[in-house]
Design a protein around this ligand. Structure first.
Ligand SMILES: Nc1nc2c(ncn2[C@@H]2O[C@H](COP(=O)(O)OP(=O)(O)OP(=O)(O)O)[C@@H](O)[C@H]2O)c(=O)[nH]1
Length: 420
């Protein structure tokens, strides 16, 4: 288990009052945290809930005044308001671990937007990767923030509607340059619409729904500079990104799909990732890559959280001490991008397969009006847990992160999936 911080229950103003007594305002309908109530007291109550009960909070020594920032969370802090809706606490049929999760930590449910943002794919390009597999990187703009969110698409059948839309006055060359072409580009090509032998897909694409293929795999990934680029062994984000890409490369090669083993691992019974994607005819997959670093708090704040972890906090405690929600991410953009990619309920009512261990994410990705349907949740068990430490991330610190993330010991987590 991760060691608990000695600084988890700050009581600088009324150090002798038990934490439970300070927590009254947050009882009852406690699922809504408003920005107004986002002061020290509410953080104290969050911290109490983070620990699971008042008894442990009472036993915690007071945090020295000097260690607490006097500032309340500014209104602009991403995720300053966390609304846990009734829908978000509905237990998903595939949710083998949610009951364990809620016992140990603050509810980490993501925000549900009231309406889906407007998204538009601006450009798409084929990326030949170092493994030999290929994918199409889609860059999106939206009306909710000014970040460039991405969709990494594996396979031929998933196409962006907004990208394929004809733009006034554009030439065939313009279309090819922004990636609105079918098939494959090659020197001398003049038409964006026809490329033998791939001409069967019209500019709008037939879409995955009409192909009669197995449901595509989808992974919603939140940017993690430390884990993906700076080689941090403190989280499994880099491993999960690689693993998702590997599974989707397989899925885009084989229409027969993946076989998921009892322990949540996925049998690698297909060929190596060497076939170009344009030769593949499987259902493919999409990694939606959202620019919400550090569970939405941004890289700067996350690095402060890293320092608090060095001082003994776990990831959730560190966020709370910095006056951020435990999880400030939201998934409305992901839902809107999936709809644009033809994987929404309007075009694909069969539903997608979502790669995640986080049941809250299933509900969030489905959107406020179930604009996307998730027919199956595919678990991602850390490689080190699956292989008894033989493979995967080798680090003492990762265990603390993973156990904080799931809220239960690793063995119980694996057993939960075994029995599901
Ligand atoms: N604040 C904070 N965020 C972190 C830290 N380490 C990783 N993250 C972020 O955590 C996010 C990944 O979330 P997780 O909770 O690991 O996983 P999840 O997406 O909820 O669930 P899965 O779909 O099962 O992976 C990424 O945005 C990371 O940048 C940390 O130490 N502090």
């Amino acid at each position: 288990m991760a060691e608990k911080s000695p600084y988890i229950a700050p009581q600088p103003r009324r150090p002798n009052v038990p934490l439970a007594a300070l927590d009254n305002s947050d009882r009852g309908d406690s699922s809504t945290i408003t920005p107004e109530s986002h002061g020290i007291d509410s953080h104290r109550s969050l911290l109490a809930r983070a620990l699971g009960n008042e008894a442990s909070a009472n036993a915690t020594p007071a945090l020295p005044e000097s260690i607490i920032s006097p500032a309340f969370t500014p209104p602009s802090t991403p995720g300053g308001s966390v609304v846990i809706s009734q829908q978000a606490i509905r237990v998903h049929p595939h949710d083998a671990s949610s009951s364990h999760k809620t016992q140990a930590h603050v509810p980490k449910g993501p925000k549900l937007m009231e309406r889906l943002p407007h998204v538009e794919c601006i450009v798409r390009a084929r990326i030949p990767t170092t493994t030999g597999a290929e994918m199409f990187l889609h860059l999106y703009q939206n009306d909710a923030d000014n970040k460039e969110h991405l969709a990494i698409v594996f396979g031929n059948h998933i196409r962006s509607r907004s990208l394929d839309r004809v733009q006034e006055g554009e030439t065939e060359m313009d279309r090819m340059i922004r990636g609105a072409y079918v098939g494959r580009l090659h020197p001398g090509r003049v038409s964006s619409r026809f490329d033998e032998p791939h001409s069967s897909l019209g500019p709008e694409g037939e879409g995955v729904a009409k192909q009669g293929l197995q449901a595509p795999l989808v992974r919603i990934h939140s940017e993690c500079y430390t884990g993906e680029t700076a080689w941090s062994a403190r989280c499994d984000c880099g491993e999960q990104l690689d693993e998702a890409a590997r599974l989707m490369s397989m899925a885009s090669e084989s229409a027969a799909g993946l076989s998921v083993n009892e322990d949540g691992s996925i049998s690698d019974n297909t060929s190596p990732l060497s076939s170009p994607v344009s030769d593949n005819d499987g259902p493919g997959g999409v990694i939606i890559y959202l620019r919400q670093e550090g569970r939405g708090i941004g890289l700067g704040e996350k690095l402060k959280a890293y320092n608090l972890q060095d001082l003994g906090s776990d990831t959730v405690e560190a966020n709370l001490l910095l006056r951020h929600p435990a999880d400030a991410r939201s998934y409305g953009l992901a839902t809107a991008m999936l709809v644009d990619l033809g994987l929404g309920a309007d075009a694909y009512p069969e539903g997608i397969r979502l790669l995640t261990n986080n049941p809250d994410k299933v509900l969030a990705v489905e959107g406020p009006n179930r604009e996307v349907r998730v027919k199956e949740r595919v678990a991602m068990i850390p490689i080190a847990w699956r292989t008894g430490g033989q493979k995967g991330i080798r680090s003492r610190e990762i265990e603390g992160y993973l156990q904080t993330k799931v809220g239960i010991p690793s063995q119980a987590y694996v057993q939960a999936f075994d029995s599901s």
